[in-house]
Design a protein around this ligand. Sequence first.
Ligand SMILES: CC(C)(COP(=O)(O)OP(=O)(O)OC[C@H]1O[C@@H](n2cnc3c(N)ncnc32)[C@H](O)[C@@H]1OP(=O)(O)O)[C@@H](O)C(=O)NCCC(=O)NCCS
Length: 152
Amino acid sequence: MRSMAIIGDGTAEHFEALVAVDQVAQQDPGRRGQLRKWLASGSVRVATRDDSPVGYTVIEPSFFGNDFLVLIVVGEQHRKAGIGQLLMGDVESRTRDTKLFTSTNLTNQVMQRLLARRGWVSAGMVFGLDEGDPELFYLFPQPLVAIGPRVQ
Ligand SMILES: CC(C)(COP(=O)(O)OP(=O)(O)OC[C@H]1O[C@@H](n2cnc3c(N)ncnc32)[C@H](O)[C@@H]1OP(=O)(O)O)[C@@H](O)C(=O)NCCC(=O)NCCS
């Protein structure tokens, strides 16, 4: 029987294993370079099952001073088993004093369903980032007590 996945901080030691679950990183040196930087800056959380990484998230404080879920990836052979939900729950439950946003392409219906299931709400659409595939933005509605005024 497969064990439960657990979530922990990503470190430089996870690099090769995360490339192995991320098809984009396997093909794109730019993504691999970003992954090294995200790991070095402590932005990565890793889902591990049976001691092997199966997915990861990246959060950066990059969206008008707010946290932004830059990326969530689950290895193809580990999908449709709740790892995405688990990673989202980890991101959402971390204490922060900013809002939490993310975005996904209009064509990415799997991610849109995951966000809807997790209670994220629509925050608008931006055209022109990916040609012919607008970007949908979402906000995770955290309790307002945790969020202070945005510093201008
Ligand atoms: C989006 C992504 C992270 C979802 O990861 P995941 O681990 O498959 O997510 P979950 O397992 O929680 O949910 C996915 C589906 O599996 C289903 N599922 C979950 N557990 C299941 C189980 N035990 N048995 C059958 N189906 C299950 C969910 O209901 C959901 O179904 P739906 O798509 O019809 O709504 C993954 O598809 C991925 O890495 N995609 C490529 C990268 C990407 O697009 N990232 C988002 C933009 S940054």
